[in-house]
Each structure stands twice: as C-alpha cells, then as structure tokens.
Design a protein around this ligand. Structure first.
Ligand code: SF4
Ligand code: SF4
Length: 291
C-alpha cells in the first residue's frame, strides 16, 4: 500500500473509532512455540497458559473474519515465533490491509509477505547471541540482509543500552529501514530485569544522543522518547485500551503477554500514543509503518 495513503487510511480509521467506538487494531499471539529461548523472554516464564498444540488454520480464518467484520484492519502478529506459522502470516495478508510481524529473524518469511517485519536484535553479534543464542545473529543476516521490509526491534536493558549506536550502524550496513526500541518492560513473574528510575534516565539520554546523530535511522521521535520518561500508564494507554489483544487461545488481555507491567512501561506500541499523536512525527511513522 502507498505509504501516504496508508497513513491517511489509519487516521480515518481512528476518526471512526472516536466517533463510533470501532476498534481497528489487533495484537495476537499466533503460536506459543518458538525455536529460541532468549534470556529475557517473558513468553516461556509462566508455561501453564501455553497452547501445546498449534491452532488449525481454519480456526484462525474464522477468528480473523469475525474481527474484520467487526471493523479490524490492522494486525500485529507476535508469539512465540510467528514465522513458524507462515500459513497464518499469508492468511492475514489476504484479510487485513495493515499487517505487522515481530520475529526473531532466524526463519525466513517469504517475499510474498509484503509488510513490515520487525526483527529482534539486541546488540552486536556477541551481545545478541549471548541473549538470544549462539548463531542467531548470523542466521538473521543470512535471511534478511538487504531486505527493505525489515526494521530492527531492540529491547533495551541494563547490559546492552550502550550498544544502540552499534545497532543503528548494523541497520545501515544491511540496508534495513531503521531501528526502533522498547525499554524492557516486565511481563509475568520475572521482574529481575525491571528498569529502575536512574537507569531509565541514562537510557533516555542515550536514546536522545543517538537520535541526534542518526535522526533518519533511529525511528523514535522526540515525542516517543519523551513518553518513555514517564513509565506509569496504568490509568490510560491508547494501545492497551483501544486495541484488541489476544493470546493463542483467543483469551483477551490488555497488552503483550498476560501480565504486562503498565506501571513501568517501555513498550514501543505504547509510545506511539495514538494515530492522532502520530501526526507529530510523520517521517518516523511512515518508515515504521509502511514498506
Ligand atoms: S524469540 Fe521471542 S518468543 Fe522466542 S524465546 Fe526469544 S523472546 Fe521469546
Ligand atoms: S502501558 Fe505499556 S504495557 Fe501497559 S498496555 Fe500500554 S503499552 Fe502495554
């Protein structure tokens, strides 16, 4: 879809939501399986809720058709590892105009999937592989180097935030569209990596420094970086309150995972704030949102 038409389409959908209450954004786990076991992963912390069997494609078709009939037009596919379910990715391609996927990048998504792909990379090769597993960085580059569908999605933590600039260089060297970041947000039982106030300030200074050096490659606007300054969004979060969120069993929730800590949030999805606020940073939005 043409980028400018796409952005205007999203604004019109938001106006409709404001007038009629029609939610149009969806976030869904499409599988509970993953080929990696990253150190900071929330998905496998509390295994009791996980679906052991894959949900058949026909069930997904029914779920997505119902959502589309209810007005949904934008879907973010997460997991587990969504690239394990290429059939679902291609199904969403046929049903929704706006499809996004967050993947670990080790399983190649076919060229026919013409949507934005966010690949999780958490540092230089050594740092990334120490978090995500030996050999993952090389696999990602083999699968995607030069692929314009890709935006790097970094999870910022205490031990890797100084590598943000390095990640931006990796993005440039591989002709990716740029870099977005989440500040680690505790989800579930493991809160040992929770970002405390002092560290958050240092991270925000680093985000600002790298943004000033690479304004076209670090795709966080000033407004988004400022959102990260005040992490408590328990009372209101556009993403949490105005999008549909589902786990694999189709249970509703407020955000990624079943127990996201909205009192200490660093989620990129929250930092967008709303499609109307996105007007204040259109150049970042066009690159983040449209291939
Ligand atoms: S790739 Fe994602 S789902 Fe898989 S283990 Fe890593 S963080 Fe968890
Ligand atoms: S505040 Fe953060 S964790 Fe909570 S719903 Fe919003 S984006 Fe998700």
């Amino acid at each position: 879809m043409n980028r400018f038409f796409g952005l205007s389409h999203i604004f019109l959908l938001e106006i409709k939501r404001l007038l009629l209450g029609t939610k149009f954004m969806v976030e869904a786990d499409v599988t509970d399986s993953c080929n990696l076991r990253c150190k900071h992963c929330y998905h496998f912390q509390d295994k009791k809720d996980l679906e052991k069997k894959e949900v058949p494609l026909e069930v997904w078709r029914k779920r997505f058709d119902e959502l589309h009939n209810a007005g949904a037009r934008f879907i973010l596919l997460v997991g587990g590892e969504p690239a394990l379910r290429k059939d679902i990715l291609m199904l969403t391609d046929r049903i929704f105009p706006f499809v996004y996927v967050i993947t670990n990048g080790t399983i190649k998504i076919p060229k026919e999937f013409k949507h934005r792909i966010y690949i999780s990379i958490d540092g230089s090769q050594n740092t990334n592989d120490s978090i995500r597993g030996e050999g993952t960085f090389a696999k990602i580059m083999k699968n995607y180097s030069g692929d314009k569908r890709v935006v790097i999605n970094m999870t910022i933590m205490k031990d890797n935030y100084k590598e943000l600039e390095e990640i931006v260089k990796i993005s440039r060297e591989n002709s990716f569209r740029g870099v977005v970041c989440n500040i680690y947000t505790a989800i579930g039982v493991n809160t040992s990596l929770t970002i405390k106030e002092e560290l958050r300030k240092e991270i925000i200074n680093e985000l600002k420094r790298v943004k000033s050096l690479y304004p076209n490659d670090l795709l966080l606007s000033k407004a988004m970086i400022n959102w990260y300054k005040y992490p408590d969004h328990r009372d209101y979060c556009h993403w949490g309150d105005n999008a549909f969120h589902f786990d694999v069993s189709w249970k509703k929730r407020r955000c990624f995972g079943n127990n996201a800590d909205c009192s200490n949030c660093g989620c990129l999805a929250g930092s967008f704030q709303s499609p109307i606020k996105m007007l204040s940073h259109p150049s970042e939005m066009l690159k983040i949102g449209f291939v």
